[in-house]
Write a protein that binds this ligand. Structure first.
Ligand code: NAD
Length: 478
């Protein structure tokens, strides 16, 4: 059993103001596997006050190199228990362990090392000659202040570090609110921060759901909000931050397109789609869940994609052979099943799946591929967040681009072709924040984020660090 009874606030482990508890339930067998404390508004007040005090303390005044030293110590600390941390995510959210090992085990370590190196290499002050010729202006980068970081359950440790590593590197202090489904890893992260001597109040962890998150977002002591989650919650947070004129980064949902060109090597394409369209049992924001296939090869593409989905090993997330685990919660499984029902009711053809696999416990759904899908259908327009793909036919390239761009979202995407130059040319025409040719893979050194309803702002790369800096111009006398 996983038991935690305290929140991490101001460098101390404190019991929450009330006795609320979040029950941790295994998605793989529906058994209770632990309990963690539920924070209240009073706890959020304490956490924001602690982060504010830490921001007035030494942390933002250390040199970037001194902060980088702490980030590197934290990276070393997290590297020690990479396998345990990966398993912790799998146990909480059902992520197949083979994916968790790199996505949750390794990537937080890599992010810390990247932002430590970037902090050392990024000058905070620059003197520019004035354009009127009368002397210079000193342009300074300053940390924005107290950051409210709110993350979802699908890649909890990685997405936390997308925010924490650059925020700390910039000199900000943080109040982290993990998703209720994946709270334990956030408390373990706080313990690791404590072990490496991160000053008190620089990271604080409060727990809870949307109400606790909403209270944090609008708290007067917060200077910036960094949110990853659903578009619905992101809109709400954007409204609140707009009213408060509070900087906000929103990493939201997606419904990205895989454009399979007529010259694509289909065997290589489906090998790539296994991750770029179905990673983490379909519970990944950037997945290419609309497969756009040329009419001339439509039946062939449907067969290949259905063959892929039907061949994936579904089962215990802690088994190294598993490629598709359970949905994170009963609610999420019900949601995915409601979309499968909508697809059937809307006249699309089930090419594979469409039901529940053999497991008698756990929130599993069969990897499902729909053929003969119109881009106006609900299953083509709305984010399902499960292992459900829609194969949509197109005539020529212009029509393919039109369908890809006919979406409320714009987060990821892929092009599959034997002519990489042709793929890059097409990638330029797709309205999206990132897109891969013959594969999809985040690059920690390059900006990641969405256009349209997929979000505002960017994480990763130098742009991800810039999101935690304010700019100040000091006009120097000639
Ligand atoms: P969610 O929006 O329900 O919850 C995300 C987090 O926000 C949780 O911690 C939740 O407690 C909190 N929250 C919810 N409503 C809130 C509110 N009004 N104010 C403040 N906090 C609030 O999303 P989810 O179901 O946990 O995650 C899945 C979603 O996240 C999908 O839509 C997925 O596409 C998206 N996502 C996006 C990215 C990206 O980088 N663009 C990455 C991963 C996941």
């Amino acid at each position: 059993m996983i038991e935690h009874d305290s929140l991490y606030i101001g460098g101390q482990w404190l019991r929450p103001a009330e006795n609320g508890v979040i029950t941790v339930v295994s998605p793989a067998d529906e058994q209770t596997i632990g309990a963690v404390p539920l924070a209240t508004a009073t706890d959020v007040d304490h956490a924001v006050a602690a982060a504010g005090a830490a921001f007035r303390g030494t942390w933002p005044r250390l040199t970037p190199g001194e902060r980088a030293d702490v980030l590197e110590r934290l990276a070393d600390e997290l590297a020690k228990n990479r396998d345990e941390r990966a398993a912790l995510t799998s146990r909480q959210n059902g992520m197949p362990i083979a994916i968790a090992a790199s996505a949750e085990g390794d990537s937080p370590v890599g992010l810390l090392r990247y932002y430590a190196a970037l902090a050392r290499a990024t000058p905070l002050e620059e003197r520019r000659p004035r354009l009127d010729g009368n002397g210079e202006t000193l342009v300074r980068k300053e940390p924005v202040g107290v950051v409210a970081a709110i993350v979802p359950w699908n890649f909890p440790q990685a997405l936390t570090m997308f925010k924490l590593a650059p925020a700390l590197a910039a000199g900000c202090t943080v109040v982290l609110k993990p998703a209720p489904e994946t709270t334990v890893d956030a408390l373990e992260l706080a313990a690791a921060c404590e072990r490496v001597g991160l000053p008190a109040g620089v990271l604080n962890v409060v727990t809870g759901g949307a109400d606790v998150g909403e209270y944090l977002v609008s708290h007067p002591g917060v200077h910036k909000v960094a949110f990853t989650g659903s578009t619905a919650a992101g809109r709400r947070i954007g409204e609140v931050c707009g009213r408060l004129l509070r900087p906000v980064t929103l990493e939201l949902g997606g419904k990205s397109a895989a454009i399979v060109l007529d010259d694509a090597d289909l065997a290589a394409t489906v090998r790539g789609l296994a991750t770029s369209s179905l990673l983490n049992s379909g519970q990944t924001c950037y997945l290419s869940t609309r497969i756009l296939a040329p009419r001339t090869r439509y039946a062939e593409v449907v067969d290949a994609v259905a063959g892929l989905a039907g061949s994936l090993t579904v089962g215990d997330p802690l088994s190294p052979d598993t490629l598709v685990g359970p949905m994170v919660s009963r609610r999420q499984r019900d949601r995915v099943e409601s979309y499968i029902a909508a697809g059937k009711a809307g006249g699309a053809t089930v090419a594979t799946g469409g039901g529940r696999p053999a497991q008698d416990r756990g929130w599993y759904v069969q990897p499902t591929v729909f053929a003969n899908v119109d881009n106006d259908a609900r299953i083509a327009r709305e984010e399902i967040f499960g292992p459900v793909l829609a194969v949509i036919p197109y005539g020529d390239i212009d029509e393919a681009v039109g369908i890809a761009n006919d979406s409320d979202y714009g987060l990821g995407g892929t092009i599959w072709t034997s002519d990489v130059d042709r793929g890059v040319e097409l990638a330029r025409r797709v309205e999206t924040g990132s897109i891969g040719v013959n594969f999809y893979g985040l690059d920690v050194g390059a900006p990641f984020g969405g256009v349209k309803a997929s979000g505002i702002g960017r994480e990763l790369g130098p742009e991800g660090l810039a999101a935690y800096h304010h700019l100040k111009s000091i006009y120097l006398p000639a």
